[in-house]
Design a protein around this ligand. Structure first.
Ligand SMILES: Cc1cc2nc3c(=O)[nH]c(=O)nc-3n(C[C@H](O)[C@H](O)[C@H](O)COP(=O)(O)OP(=O)(O)OC[C@H]3O[C@@H](n4cnc5c(N)ncnc54)[C@H](O)[C@@H]3O)c2cc1C
Length: 411
C-alpha cells in the first residue's frame, strides 16, 4: 500500500464525513475502522440547516431528502399534561436559513456517506483497531492491534466518545449525566402511528425525563426516544438505566407518552455522557474530530452535525492551503481548524447541558419554564440564529450567542 496523505481513524458519521471532505479536495485518504463491518446502531437522527447546507455542498442533499423526512414543524409539549408549549414552523425556518430541517434513519445517513466515500475513492479498511498514535516530525503514525503501522502527513482521530486519541492527548474522562436513552421504532401500520402526525418532530419535556418522536423513511416508521434520569446512577450503582427504571421514570407522564414505552427496544440502552470542553484538538499532526473532540449531551441534536461540520471546515482550509502541485501546507490548515471549531463546539456542549436542565424541571421552575415557552413567538429565531446559519470558517464569522431569559422573569 502506498502512503496516503491523511489517515482517518473511525468510520462513524464524523470519520466518513471528514474522509469524503478531504478526498474531495484531492487528497488520498485511508480510513481505519476497528469493527469488522461499517454500520450505525440506533434509529433516527435530526439534521438542522447547518448540516443540510453542507450535505448540499457535497452534492448529497437530494439523496438524503429522498431517504428521510422533511417535517413541517417541531413541537415542544409538557410531558405531564400533554399541552403544547411552543413550536417552530420548519417550512418557515427553511426559508430563513436556506436549507431544510431533515430527519433520517442513522443507517441511511451512514450508508449515504459510505457510498459517497466509495465513489470518490477513500481507502476503506475494517477490522483495523488502532492501539497507538504518535507524531513523527513531518507526519503521524498509528499502530494497529496486529502491530501493523500506517503513516500519513496527518492523522484525524474520529474515534468517538471513548476515543483512545483523546485519552492519549487530553487525558480526561467522559462525564456521566446519569441520564439514559431508550430508542425504538413503530411500523406505520400500527394504530399508534396512524393517530400521529408524522409531519411533526415532537418532544415532550417532563420532570427528569423526556420523550421524542418523529417519522422516518417517508413515513414508514415512527421513531421514538425515551430519556430519563436513573435513580440507580444517582445512587452510584453499576447496573443503571435498566428497563424497570424506564417504566418508573415515566409514571407521571401523559397517556400518549406512556403508551409509547412498550415500543422501546428493551435489550439495549444508551447511557448519556459528555466531556468538559477541550480547547486544543490539534496536537502537531494528530487532530481530534467529532465525538472524540466534543461529545455533547444530545438535547440540541448537534453531535453528528458538529462532526460533519468539522470535516467540512477542515476541507475548506485545506483548499485554501493547497499549492498548484497538490501539496498541502498543513500547519496553517490545521491552525485555522483549531482556531474556529473548539469555541463553537464548546458553546454547543455547554448549551446542551443547560437545555437539558430546562427540559427536566419540576415544581415551580417547571411552571415558570412553561409560562416563558408559551409566550414565545413561533417566528422568533433568536435562539436558533447562532446555530443554524452558515458554519463559521474563521472566529470572526461565529455568530453571537442568544441572551438567556431567566426563569424568574415568568410572571
Ligand atoms: C440518543 C441520542 C440521540 C442523538 N441525536 C442526535 C441528533 O438528532 N442529531 C445529531 O447531530 N446528533 C445526535 N446525537 C449525537 C451523535 O449520534 C454523535 O455525536 C455522532 O454519531 C458522533 O459521531 P462520531 O463519528 O464522532 O463518533 P462515533 O459514531 O462514535 O464513531 C466512532 C467510530 O470510531 C470507531 N473506533 C473507535 N475507536 C477506534 C479505534 N481505536 N480504532 C479504529 N476505530 C475506532 C468506532 O467503531 C466508530 O465506528 C445523538 C446521540 C444520542 C446518544
Amino acid at each position: 500500500m502506498s502512503q496516503p496523505d491523511v489517515i482517518v481513524v473511525g468510520g462513524g458519521l464524523g470519520g466518513l464525513g471528514a474522509a469524503f471532505s478531504l478526498t474531495r479536495q484531492g487528497l488520498r485518504v485511508r480510513l481505519l475502522e476497528r469493527a469488522p463491518a461499517f454500520g450505525e446502531v440506533g434509529a433516527g437522527i435530526q439534521l438542522a440547516p447547518n448540516c443540510t447546507r453542507i450535505l448540499d455542498d457535497y452534492g448529497l442533499l437530494d439523496e438524503a431528502v429522498r431517504l428521510g423526512v422533511v417535517p413541517d414543524s417541531m413541537v415542544m409539549r409538557d410531558a405531564v399534561d400533554g399541552s403544547e408549549l411552543t413550536r417552530l414552523d420548519l417550512r418557515d425556518l427553511e426559508k430563513r436559513y436556506g436549507y431544510p430541517y431533515l430527519v433520517i434513519h442513522r443507517s441511511d445517513l451512514h450508508g449515504l456517506l459510505l457510498r459517497a466515500c466509495e465513489r470518490v475513492g477513500v481507502e476503506l479498511i475494517t477490522d483495523a483497531p488502532v492501539t497507538s498514535y504518535e507524531n513523527t516530525g513531518g507526519g503521524a503514525r498509528v499502530t494497529l492491534s496486529t502491530g501493523e503501522t500506517h503513516e500519513a502527513g496527518v492523522v484525524i482521530a474520529a474515534d468517538g466518545l471513548h476515543s483512545l486519541a483523546r485519552e492519549l492527548l487530553v487525558d480526561d474522562e467522559p462525564v456521566s449525566s446519569a441520564y439514559v436513552a431508550y430508542r425504538g421504532t413503530v411500523p406505520a401500520e400500527l394504530p399508534r402511528v396512524r393517530s400521529t402526525d408524522l409531519g411533526e418532530v415532537v418532544v415532550y419535556v417532563g420532570p427528569s425525563c423526556h420523550f421524542v418522536h418523529y417519522g422516518l423513511r417517508g413515513g414508514e416508521l415512527l421513531n421514538q426516544v425515551a430519556v430519563f434520569e436513573s435513580p440507580k446512577a444517582l445512587a452510584g450503582q453499576e447496573d443503571w438505566g435498566t428497563p424497570d427504571e424506564l417504566d418508573a421514570a415515566f409514571a407521571r407522564t401523559c397517556d400518549f407518552v406512556r403508551d409509547g414505552l412498550p415500543y422501546m427496544w428493551r435489550d439495549k440502552w444508551w447511557r448519556m455522557f459528555d466531556r468538559e470542553p477541550a480547547m486544543t484538538w490539534v496536537h502537531d499532526r494528530i487532530a481530534l474530530l467529532g465525538d472524540s473532540a466534543h461529545p455533547p449531551l444530545q438535547y440540541i441534536a448537534q453531535g453528528a452535525i458538529m462532526a460533519i461540520e468539522d470535516g467540512w471546515v477542515l476541507g475548506e482550509h485545506i483548499a485554501r492551503n493547497r499549492a498548484a502541485d497538490g501539496t498541502v501546507d498543513w500547519d496553517p490548515a490545521l491552525t485555522a481548524y483549531q482556531a474556529v471549531r473548539p469555541e463553537h463546539c464548546r458553546r454547543v456542549v455547554t448549551t446542551s447541558r443547560k437545555w437539558g436542565e430546562l427540559w427536566h424541571l419540576d415544581g415551580v421552575p417547571r411552571e415558570q419554564r412553561n409560562t416563558l415557552l408559551r409566550a414565545r413567538d413561533t417566528y422568533d429565531y433568536s435562539f436558533t440564529d447562532w446555530l443554524y446559519g452558515p458554519t463559521a470558517l474563521t472566529p470572526d464569522q461565529e455568530p453571537e450567542m442568544f441572551t438567556p431569559i431567566p426563569l424568574s422573569s415568568a410572571s
